[in-house]
Design a protein around this ligand. Sequence first.
Ligand code: PGA
Length: 296
Amino acid sequence: MRRSTFRQLQIFEAIARHMSFTRAAEELFLTQPTVSMQMKKLTDHIGTPQFERIGSQLYLTDAGKELLHTCTEIFSELDRYEMMVADLQGLKKGKLRITIVTTAKYFVPSLLGTFCKRFPGVEASLNVTNREQALIRLEENLDDLYVLGQPPEDLHVESQPFLDNPLVALAPVDHPLADEKNITLERFSEEPFLVREAGSGTRKVVKRLFDEHGLELNVRMELGSNEAIKQAVIGGLGVSILSRHALHHEPRATKICILDVQGFPILRQWYVVYPVGRQLTIIARTFLEFLHQSEH
Ligand code: PGA
């Protein structure tokens, strides 16, 4: 293994990330024969293959999965080192990888934009996915920071609240309940309900609320995003519950109204989360501070 070169590990990591020799070659500006030859050398040094091909599909072998894990650690250590050197030189320079749940996409990108303007040396990547997928990435320790609507109960994490996240009950503006005051949850629960997909954090909160009140959700349809839910509400398919952040426009202008249901808005917060023991990079720490400052 010690005869393998750093370049070979980079090539391996790019193939494993894309699950394609061709795309790895493109990313690294190499020819495909070069990539294949370097992988052959790496396999010879290790003594066991990292990939197997079944039909046209490429898979990582168990040894390949272990090597990918090792490479991820080596590369993030090197990133950290590079940033440390940049910091010593008085520059905030380097990578920042953030994963956010879909509902946070309404405000994190603009915060990140401001941050990147302030620190032009930051190379940021933002992965937007639902809660379940975000937690898988968190468990695999793939990113620097995560923005979630609720810290995970079963993972060992540091979590810091940084912004309010009220959840509101929605209906189309011409809905019979639109002008009613103090609507009971029982009455609201009779309306056809538009629910987010399994794995969504919003869905989890809604389910818990109805369970706590011993009520059944009258599910009309399951939709895979906040945007799809908003369009379906406008289209008159039902009512729903979403984060106030998902209504970034003035609600009346989007033909959606917020219903006055008892117990609403549900008061939640946005949390920035990272695994306990993860050595945060200087940039990740700077971004954390920035998030807290942007509260005010
Ligand atoms: P979601 O998460 O986008 O997966 O619904 C939102 C949340 O956890 O509050």
